[in-house]
Design a protein around this ligand. Structure first.
Ligand code: 5AD
Ligand code: SF4
Length: 447
């Protein structure tokens, strides 16, 4: 096997966390391949092992340290370990103390330097770091390795300038940096030309996108322009902050059918008092106003959100306001998290921390309530023909798995081996049944 210095030129990478991390890993993989490394799915045969980590909640962070501890002995056999991403940035050089067999620690704001850092590791340096947050660069590379041949991520903005009291992201991903609209469009065109039909624009807060070039586009303008790239059929975005979610974004989606009719708008709590303590910069009424823009659009849109249970000081009354918010909005899906104390964050030292049991109790109440809402919400599709982007054929339930424009999973029966239905194709499907989490249907080719 080829080696450079002591490093076997095969790498293994495992990714935790959000889509930003998944896409960062695609860029890191491309960077490594360009340096002459070969990716392997086998931890054992890799000379270089990377974990691209998440620290959004304590559990995610602990997972990485457990894995590192598990593989500690392999370092003695010459394997090199690297920690990337949010835990890397958050813990920095402390990682070398907690896991002395780690040789490379690099946060996402330093990925542009990853090639140099890896060369230092190849040269035998076993304490290599990339931890500066002081950057105005985004990590763009022509070498991105995308596994999915029809759906691609494009980063439009990195970092976050908000200071939500519970959140590590401003500390792990640094200040906001937007890419130029020209470079985003160039990437979108290149992807469309090579057969991609679905694009997801990514950023911690895509709504605060601000084109650094003289064009000066805002997010709605960029979204619409990407939606007009010839060859693309679906354009999504993730994730939004309600404070910066402006009506032109809804207007753009209403007017351009290639922009997917789904908005993920994390609310976190239904109580204005808790929202203020979270430093979210909007209250319940302002959030509901944004929801009304979406609901009053001429396109039927699905709306999803994130919620945190048991933020410090969340009273029974506050929690009831969250219940009443989900009853009022009727979201299509909720992502609910128990509040987790994170280092450096303003909420860390707040009094009135709730017990884990109480956070869990509140989470269960919301999940059960939401399950009933989703059964009703999803029933509205029964009898409709929906267009599904086909992902894969599932042999376990003998159905195709597809996704609708508004981001619902749609499992459907249809011929296998027929050239018409294949992964990456768009198929009309008659929805025959609806469950709380997915739709079921039958292929309904137009006569
Ligand atoms: N504890 C629990 N959930 C959190 N989130 C972010 N920080 C925390 C935390 N400290 C949730 C928010 C965010 C989602 C990505 O993760 O709901 O929208
Ligand atoms: Fe996790 Fe947040 Fe970092 Fe994404 S940005 S990997 S969710 S901590």
């Amino acid at each position: 096997m080829a080696t450079i210095g002591a490093v076997t030129k095969k790498f293994y990478i495992e990714t935790f966390g959000c889509q930003m991390n998944v896409h960062d890993s695609e860029k890191v993989i491309g960077t490594l391949v360009n340096l002459g490394y070969q990716q392997t799915e086998s931890h054992d045969e890799a000379g270089l092992v990377f974990y691209n980590t998440c620290s959004i909640r304590d559990k995610a962070e602990q997972k990485v340290f457990n894995i590192l501890a598990h593989y500690k002995k392999q370092a003695a056999a010459g394997k090199i370990f690297g920690v990337l991403g949010c835990v890397a940035q958050q813990e920095g050089e402390r990682i070398f103390e907690r896991a002395p067999h780690v040789s490379l620690v690099c946060g996402s704001a330093s990925y542009t330097k990853l090639g140099d850092l890896i060369r230092q590791v190849e040269a035998g340096n076993r304490r290599v770091t990339g931890l500066s947050l002081d950057t105005d660069e985004t990590f763009d590379t022509p070498f991105t390795r995308r596994d999915n041949p029809f759906r691609a991520y494009i980063t439009i903005i990195e970092g976050c300038d908000k200071s939500c009291a519970y959140c590590v992201v401003p500390f792990t991903r640094g200040p906001e940096r937007s890419r130029t609209s020209a470079s985003v469009l160039e990437e979108a065109r290149r992807l469309a030309d090579s057969g991609y039909t679905e694009i997801q624009l990514l950023g911690q807060n895509v709504n605060s996108y601000k084109d650094p070039s003289t064009a000066g586009w805002d997010f709605a303008t960029l979204l619409d322009a990407v939606g007009n790239v010839p060859g693309l059929r679906r354009v999504r975005f993730m994730t939004s902050h309600p404070r910066d979610f402006h009506k032109p974004i809804v207007d753009a989606i209403s007017a351009n059918p290639r922009l997917c009719n789904h908005v993920h708008l994390p609310v976190q709590s239904g109580s204005s008092r808790v929202l203020a303590a979270m430093q979210r910069q909007y209250n319940r009424e302002q959030y509901l106003e944004r929801i009304s823009w979406i609901k009053n659009s001429n396109r039927q849109m699905s709306i999803t959100t994130d919620l945190i249970t048991g933020f410090p000081g969340e009273s029974d009354k506050d929690f009831e306001e969250t219940i009443s918010l989900i009853d009022e909005v009727q979201f299509d899906a909720l992502f609910i998290f128990k509040y987790s104390q994170r280092p450096n964050t303003p909420a860390l030292s707040l009094p009135d921390q709730l017990t884990d049991d109480e956070k869990g109790r509140r989470l269960t109440i919301l999940m059960e309530r939401q399950r009933a809402i989703q059964i009703v919400r999803n029933a509205r599709y029964v009898g409709e023909i929906e267009e599904a982007l086909v992902e894969v054929y599932s042999t376990s339930n003998n159905q195709w798995i597809g996704r609708t424009c508004d981001n619902k999973t749609l499992n459907f029966s249809g011929p296998v081996g027929d050239a018409a239905i294949k992964p990456g194709s768009y198929q009309p499907v008659l929805v025959t049944r609806a469950g709380p989490n997915s739709l079921v249907g039958e292929w309904a080719p137009r006569a």
